[in-house]
Design a protein around this ligand. Structure first.
Ligand SMILES: [Zn+2]
Ligand SMILES: [Zn+2]
Ligand SMILES: [Zn+2]
Ligand SMILES: [Zn+2]
Length: 308
């Protein structure tokens, strides 16, 4: 309401922000490396050849993942991760000797002295982390790729936001819109069928960001329901800077939802199952559709704005 009074509520930031948030190029990485080499050669130089060998040592021969304490070994010194140990029936996978319960403290200590780049280096993360805190960082790394936000099929594509936007456009043929207001009509010929859920996705570009508007039918207990909600293509801390409203109605009645877009880090299903959106019971939806109840016709209007 306040923003209405202060001018154009549909203000769009026309600046092309994505260029600014582009991950640093690999040249930057090289520069840093060379610089460090000159000034702190003694500490960095042995790290380069050693780390790849040590990394091989730290690779579990069974699952090929990096090992974390407790690291086990057989009496001949072959190592194994704690996850695989129960699966090898007490036989060393390398020499077939009995495994026993010997821990490899030396290797655990060597691991503790290692510092390795984040595995999302290729996505732009320049962080170097101690071996044992690397996993924790990677689970929260801001450069970790996003999963494709498309619902309705199991798409395993991952990537950064610009990549996913073109993927949605090119591979899923998703409707793309510029601007922060929308007025959408959803039409379904047989509203009795909820099993083959109607789901639709539209991508909005405004404020230099991308938003996914989802609309779908699903079964809530015995009752078919429709839900519409917005997801932000980015992280949760940024999603919180935006709000949105959705409206559906007819014949003097209307339902309005105001919410905060959820990050696409939260799966489509998670958002839907927490009912974080405009929920329309089927009777209401058919009432809003008007006519003969043979067709579902909903007009949903909405707006996205930036909180200051
Ligand atoms: Zn293993
Ligand atoms: Zn062995
Ligand atoms: Zn990282
Ligand atoms: Zn996809």
């Amino acid at each position: 309401m306040l923003s209405m009074a202060s001018g154009n509520p549909y203000f769009d930031d026309l600046q092309s922000i994505p260029e600014v948030i582009d991950p640093p190029q690999s040249e930057d990485l090289l520069d840093v490396g060379e610089l460090v080499n000159e000034t702190a050669q003694s500490s960095l130089k042995p790290n380069v050849p050693v780390s790849s060998n040590v990394r091989e040592l730290l690779e579990c021969p069974v699952c090929l993942n990096a090992m974390y304490p407790p690291i086990h070994q057989c009496s001949n010194g072959h190592t194994l991760c704690f996850g695989c140990k129960p699966r090898v029936h007490n036989r060393c996978p390398t020499c077939r000797h009995e495994l026993g319960n010997i821990r490899c403290l030396a290797l655990e200590k060597v691991a503790a002295s290692l510092e390795l780049p984040c595995k999302y280096q290729n996505f732009g993360c320049v962080g170097i982390y101690p071996y044992y805190s690397k996993l924790k960082h990677e689970s929260q790394c801001a450069f970790r790729p996003y999963s494709c936000p498309y619902a309705g099929s199991d798409c395993s594509v991952i990537g950064d936001i610009p990549f996913l936007v073109s993927h949605l456009k090119d591979d899923h043929k998703v409707d793309m819109h510029n601007g922060s207001t929308f007025n959408h009509r959803y039409v379904k010929s047989n509203p009795q069928e909820v099993e083959n859920a109607t789901w639709m996705l539209t991508v909005f570009s405004c404020f230099g960001q991308y938003f996914c508007l989802h609309f779908e039918a699903f079964q809530l207990g015995m009752a078919p329901v429709y839900i519409a909600f917005l997801r932000f293509m980015g992280d949760d801390n940024e999603a919180k800077n935006y709000s949105y409203s959705l409206e559906v109605g007819r014949n003097g009645r209307k339902m309005i939802w105001q919410g905060v877009p959820r990050s696409i880090r939260d799966s489509h299903r998670k958002v839907r199952d927490s009912f974080d959106g405009l929920i329309i019971q089927r009777n209401m939806a058919l009432f809003f559709s008007g006519g003969d109840r043979k067709e579902l016709k909903l007009r949903i209007t909405g707006r996205i704005w930036k909180e200051v």
